[in-house]
Design a protein around this ligand. Structure first.
Ligand SMILES: Nc1ncnc2c1ncn2[C@@H]1O[C@H](COP(=O)(O)OP(=O)(O)OP(=O)(O)O)[C@@H](O)[C@H]1O
Length: 310
């Protein structure tokens, strides 16, 4: 697998406060990697360090064979967290301006711009000025600006924020397609459902440090224990006494039983007490969203054992 980006032992402090430490991960050609973490975890600091917007105090960044300060950042596609394009410039002019900044042939850029505007439902908007667009439309233009020059590495900081569900789907499909064509994608997002559908690997930061690093499959296998949801009138203490039940959450007449990792589902089902009230019954794995919430709220202390795959 061809490594496009390698981040090694990245560390950064602001004044005396350590913001990130020992951040190491890689992104391969054609792969979608997610950087996740609660607000203030250090995602944007990591991304800005890669983009050379801020300089890390420790560690190395490599893009193909280029090292740290020698990285040709104009070759990377970047959608920053802070949105905003020049307001009184026309859509096509801004896209061509970005292409020019990135040394990309203008004729080709114009064709690509028209193709993407059409794809994103902005056909005919090329001569409209940015201030006349809605926020979501502006975000689509900014996304096009980040890929106009066919970057081999695309870094997207919160690409889905502020988008309606339909536009989120459009972005998701486009990111998937770019990766299929070979683009290495690094994205940060709080939309766990989209991350789960889209990403090949994830890197989860909490308080500036790595908590989980692995493929989506590995993370699910390792951290997404089974949960059993029972619709019915049941006493919480009775459910808590069932073997292999870690904890129970109850809302009205719905109980969610979080099961221990080593549970064997067929055996567990056989030993359930026969006087449980069951109107509806499901067993599934907890979602990435639940794993994230558990880590962010300290219910799951993963500590140093987070490395699944390097
Ligand atoms: N220029 C700065 N000066 C001082 N502290 C900063 C600066 N930039 C970021 N920080 C601090 O670094 C920490 C990490 O911020 P960062 O923006 O990287 O988090 P994040 O994971 O991207 O969060 P969010 O999900 O809220 O965007 C925060 O505590 C933030 O206050």
């Amino acid at each position: 697998m061809e490594k496009v980006l390698t981040v090694e032992n990245l560390g950064k402090s602001f004044k005396d406060t350590r913001i990130i430490r020992d951040i190491s991960f890689g992104v391969n050609k054609g792969e979608i990697m997610a950087v996740l973490g609660p607000n203030g975890a250090g995602k944007t600091t990591t991304i800005r360090s890669i983009m050379g917007i801020m300089y890390p105090d420790e560690g190395d960044i490599q893009f193909h064979h280029y090292q740290s300060k020698g990285i040709p950042r104009h070759k990377i596609g970047y959608l920053p967290e802070e949105r905003g394009l020049y307001k009184n410039v026309k859509v096509m002019d801004i896209l061509l301006y970005f292409a020019e900044l990135k040394d990309y042939p203008l004729k080709k850029a114009k064709l690509r711009a028209l193709e993407y505007l059409k794809k994103f439902g902005l056909e005919g908007k090329n001569q409209v000025s940015i201030e006349e667009l809605s926020k979501g439309m502006g975000q689509k233009v900014q996304f096009i600006a980040s890929i106009i020059h066919e970057p081999e590495l695309l870094i997207l900081d919160e690409p889905f924020s502020g988008l309606d569900p339909v536009s989120q789907e459009v972005f998701k499909e486009e990111i998937k397609e770019l990766a299929q064509k070979g683009t290495a994608v690094l994205l940060s997002s709080h939309q766990m459902n989209l991350v789960e559908q889209l990403c090949d690997r994830l890197f989860l930061i909490h308080r500036g440090q790595k908590v989980i690093y692995g493929t989506m499959e590995e993370v699910k296998k390792e951290y997404a224990n089974f949960k059993c949801t029972i619709q019915g009138n049941n006493d919480i203490q009775k459910l808590e006494r069932i073997s292999k039940v870690q904890r129970v959450e109850q809302k009205e007449n719905k109980s969610i039983l979080y099961l221990m990792q080593d549970v064997h589902i067929p055996s567990w089902l056989k030993q359930l007490p026969d006087d449980i009230d069951i109107q509806e019954f499901t067993v599934d794995r907890v979602s990435l969203h639940e794993i994230f919430v558990d880590i962010a709220t300290g219910k799951d202390e993963i500590g140093e054992e987070g490395e699944l795959h390097a």
